[in-house]
Design a protein around this ligand. Structure first.
Ligand SMILES: Cc1ncc(COP(=O)(O)O)c(C=O)c1O
Length: 490
């Protein structure tokens, strides 16, 4: 059985199950007698013989897995405009840099004297992020953006405790990223939601009412999840500081303004940066990513340990500091991600970083300009790195944002983020990033416009999409609640 299209690709177990061993290339038997694992391993660690594996030729196996890989979607394949996730291209040169043996072969338990280059790299990345944010210091420890939020909130908590102030709540706008309330809660605070005004930014009168001596501070996403900048940010910081609170900025969307504005001048006390969203490292929700946190002078004493310090020309790790919140993870950080980030920052330079953010904003505005009118825009405020439309116009024909997303797959594009942020009902959150060519973004817009027309002319075609993918529309609830991840023989 040879599949002609991806749609027919069977499981590897289903390929020629009856066929016996084939005369494919095999290595000759070794001269060293093989060790029988049954002689050395405890019985409970031995698995059943794998007599179910099909006996296939190497090329058949390669073709099978290659076909499976083509069922996936990647930035290397086409536009991936997943708003808030910032699916940008990771330059190959950064991948190359982090594969240098001097980086891959270091062990976290090596003494400082053996790994001076690695410590210097971390120190340099900290300095670069200090310059980019205009803040006083940086910790590289957090493994992801949300982990950075927790780190920042724990520092704020410790700073408040140091002055004997046991505040219990944190104000978070309804336009914040969803991880913000979760992180505040994890740090022991009650999350107080503050509604956005008609322009999608914080309602100052509501903030004035809420910010009292029980509130530890505010967590603001800049630009927020609507792609809108809090233009009264300095005023907001002043009000919070005057009432004894701290300002946490979720700087995950720094890609929208890097090189153009300094969070340090906005009144931030702590701010995390998602290296993957701004500095082109691979994604990693809590895994192989990195979410460094920059802090103001007020929070420097509470930074996590270990910290890299420079003494003359030498570098040293400091593991103990009584005022610190302590370690946020084992060892230093996700080191190879840091190598990529510094390679990217050095490669781009300050002009390159600014141009990168300008290109990201420009392309988001291209999308906005092309799709306005065909898709409904709830907030009129200027668009930065992402634009949030919704399905109000298509709903009139019984078509939802999910149908639109599924139909985009037939046009060869990854769908945008849907149904987030929650304050936009039926949201379609589009973030092209700076990576694609304007022609690619244009082609995406054409596909979106064709879908908008189709919603009026042939809504059923949208409701039953996708039509051209290896698998059709899935039962998403069942897929999430009871995923089948393993093949088992009946
Ligand atoms: C604005 C914002 N804040 C926080 C996060 C959480 O980051 P992470 O997924 O690395 O934990 C994200 C994720 O993309 C984000 O866009």
């Amino acid at each position: 059985m040879k599949p002609r299209t991806l749609h027919d690709e069977p499981l590897i177990f289903e390929r020629n199950p009856e066929r016996g061993p084939r005369g494919t290339f095999r290595l000759p038997a070794g001269e060293v007698p093989p060790v029988d694992p049954r002689a050395t391993l405890p019985a409970e660690q031995l698995r059943e013989p794998l007599d179910l594996l099909p006996d296939l030729g190497e090329l058949e196996v390669v073709q099978h897995f290659h076909r499976l890989s083509q069922m996936n979607f990647a930035v290397d394949e086409g536009l991936y405009p997943l708003g808030s996730c910032t699916m940008k291209y990771n330059p190959r040169v950064c991948e190359r840099a982090c594969r240098l043996e001097g980086f891959t072969e270091v062990h976290p338990l090596e003494p400082d004297g053996h790994v001076q280059g690695a410590l210097e790299l971390m120190w340099e990345l900290e300095r670069a992020l200090v310059a980019i944010t205009g803040m006083a210091a940086v910790t590289l420890q957090p493994a992801a953006g949300a982990h950075g939020e927790l780190t920042g909130m724990l520092m704020i908590r410790k700073a408040l405790a140091a002055r004997g102030d046991a505040r219990q709540a944190v104000i978070i706008p309804d336009s914040a990223h969803g991880t913000n309330p979760a992180s505040a809660t994890f740090a022991g605070y009650r999350a107080l939601e503050i509604a956005s005004g008609p322009d999608g930014t914080v309602d100052m009168a509501a903030l004035d009412r809420m910010m009292d001596e029980t509130v530890a501070g505010i967590m603001l996403t800049v630009p927020n999840t609507l792609g809108v900048f809090e233009h009264r940010i300095v005023e907001i910081s002043r009000l919070v500081h005057e009432r004894g609170g701290y300002v946490y900025l979720d700087g995950a969307n720094l890609n929208a303004f890097v090189g153009r504005a300094l969070p340090g001048l906005m009144g931030a006390d702590a701010l995390h940066i998602n290296l993957h969203k701004t500095f082109s490292t691979p994604h990693g929700g809590g895994g192989p990513g990195a979410g460094p946190v920059a802090v103001s002078e007020a929070l420097v004493p509470y930074l996590p340990v270990p910290r890299v310090v420079r003494e003359g020309d030498a570098f040293r790790m400091v593991w103990e500091d009584e005022r610190s919140i302590g370690p946020m993870r084992g060892f230093y950080a996700n080191f190879l991600v840091l190598v990529r980030a510094l390679a990217y920052i050095r490669g781009m330079g300050s002009d390159g970083l600014r141009e990168m953010s300008e290109a990201a904003v420009l392309l988001a505005n291209l999308v906005r300009r092309r799709l306005e009118g065909a898709y409904h825009l709830q907030y009129e405020a200027p668009t930065l790195h992402e634009v949030v439309f919704d399905d109000t116009f298509q709903k009139e024909h019984g078509v939802t944002n999910i149908d639109i997303a599924k139909r985009l797959l037939d046009h060869g594009f990854h769908p945008p983020t849907v149904s987030f942020p929650l304050i936009v009902h039926g949201a379609l959150m589009i973030e092209p990033t700076e990576s694609p060519s304007p022609e690619e973004v244009e082609a995406f817009c054409e596909a979106m416009l064709a879908i908008a027309r189709e919603a009026a002319e042939d809504p059923e075609r949208l409701r039953t999409a996708p039509h051209g993918t290896p698998v059709r529309r899935l039962d998403e609830v069942a897929a999430a609640r009871s995923p089948v991840l393993r093949w088992r023989k009946e």
